[in-house]
Ligand binder design. Sequence first.
Ligand code: LLP
Length: 430
Amino acid sequence: MKHSINEQGVLEVGGVDVTTLKEKYGTPLYVYDVGVIRKNARAFVETFKREGITAQVAYASKAFTSIAMVQVAKQEKLSLDVVSEGELHTALKAGFPPEKIHMHGNNKSKQEIEMAVEARIGCIVVDNFYEIAVLEEVLEEKNEDMDVLLRVTPGIEAHTHDYILTGQEDSKFGFDLTSGQADTAFQYLSNSERLSIKGLHCHIGSQIFETSGFLMATRKLFDIMEKWKTNYGYIAEVLNLGGGFGIRYTEEDDPLSLDEYATALVREVKDQSRNRDYPIPEIWIEPGRAIVGDAGLTLYEAGSIKEIEGVRTYLSVDGGMTDNIRPALYDAKYDIVAAERMNETQKRQYAIAGKCCESGDMLIWDADLPEISPGELLAVFSTGAYGYSMANNYNRFPKAAVVFVEDGTHQLAVRREMFDEITRFDLSLE
Ligand code: LLP
């Protein structure tokens, strides 16, 4: 996110200073710069357009979903990837066109499948044989049919900075390519009266910085597509290459631009199509983090400060692993600033602690900040993906509010949870 700082040295988001946001909405607070969400979405959409490729950019709503967020995705003409009834419910409630929704999941329940069929969503990404059987049963009962993509595991496991080729598949998702599972599923789907196989899907990982893993996966998928073309005369209409495009959290991260990721995919798909004399398929992608990650930041108020001489100084904030579990879960790194004193030079190191009763509730171990006093406003950058969506009520902290900011205006997108909502499922003893 490009940050601006006003004359008072206060951080501004989307043309609004964070002091205003703190005063109006309180802390901890997730703040999204909607202009950045739009810019990210357009970077993908416009690259495909420029390359003359028919594409669907499906926002992976697991990264952050709410009614307002789905509405932004709709305005930007994105498609939507959902993985549960809850995400589908949110999408439908927000008025998202069902034909542009596709559904994932390695253990879709019959109820989820029924909901997807009733809503007439665009396509289901089938993941396993059990699911295919349940899906057919539901379609039979409802006298409907459904387009599907076949999810395969291409034997590439991408990690943050590298990728490895796994000889033997080991993933709970999708059909294995090496054992013949994918072939069996394909043959079954081709003969199904109710299911129509539109193409293939793979997703190789998340927060990936290089294109090589994506390109290897593309080649592997083309291998199987070419085989099915030769053996069965089948031509895939759609090639869905999943999400996983990495973003910058700190200076150590060195991602490509979104345009570069998309261009690399398009070029590889075109090359493979040309070399194999295969009609160019539609390219679908499912970015989550790359759409919302750098569009969000979290505001916290500084609280207690504990200095352990010669070791470190703990600076606690009014949130933590309840609003951002990523540092505790993945050792994820973030940058923090004194949001109302942006022009001050950094003077000292703090370990930024959350307020949960758990030693592992640390947001940042080595933050450089000016001398901080309790009550000061702090901002952690790039918390837009998998922050609110993975928020929880540990220690019964209410979930923080979400604010959308754009062109100097701000509005609540999700209001702060209230204590009575925390106890809403609790029953008194009889
Ligand atoms: N498509 C599929 C099938 C996926 O499983 C995922 C993410 C995506 C798309 C979107 O990936 P993205 O573009 O956001 O990297 N909670 C973790 C990330 C888990 C990702 C799970 N699947 C985190 O906080 O880093």
